[in-house]
Design a protein around this ligand. Sequence first.
Ligand code: CIR
Length: 256
Amino acid sequence: MFTRAIVRPPGPHFQDGLTTVNLGIPDVALALKQHEQYCQTLLQCGLNLIRLPANDGFPDSTFVEDVAVITPRGCILTLPGAASRAGEVATIKETLTDYFPDLFQIEAPGTLDGGDICDADGHYFIGISKRTNEAGAQQLADILLGMGYSTSMIDVRDIPTILHLKTGMTWLGDGRLAVNEVLAGHPALQGYELIHTAVGEEYAANCIRVNDDLIIAAGFPVFEKAVLALGYRVILVGMSEFSKQDGGLSCLSLRF
Ligand code: CIR
């Protein structure tokens, strides 16, 4: 059960952040509107919001998910794999310390982005990606093991369409994962019910289950229909401007 979420709006230079996709330059005013719609949705789901101020020194800092991994048993500060993002951790540490006095920390030479971590009810899938290296993944696995959790690693480095593990999969609860085809065959995912995204709807695989609600990106009708048919209470949020910067719904908040 989540009660809180940390969010940070995009700053005036949001369009200067990193991207690997060719979807055009984001409209910052529209991104701000979409961010507010996202915040209102989390409020509607019953969460209290901890709103950090925009930090224009870090154009990707609206993607707060990447700087920490929060579990019910403790919080781990990450060390983002992109040099331009490593400094974001210091800008959120104080806020996290208010809630988690004993923070763990991923340390060099390890790197790790929160977007590579998928919590499936106490089993943590850890993506090894262009951002999360093996040393970072192993440090996190050791910390999670110490907390009594289990982990499995999924290497996505050779999948060009997947920046972070959660670009391509989400834990939906109830033994289910939403997945892109490129991940569906991975041995670590066997035993789960897999909800496949349709061709052309890969972006929809990044969604967020918040207590009784499932927040999905607007504009993916096949996926929407599939999750509605499974009985989820679905809320749609427009994500066009964040998708241009490789960001998905999960990236925009730290929920705990
Ligand atoms: C980046 O490349 O780091 C940002 N433009 C996007 C980060 C998206 N975060 C995520 O998937 N957790």
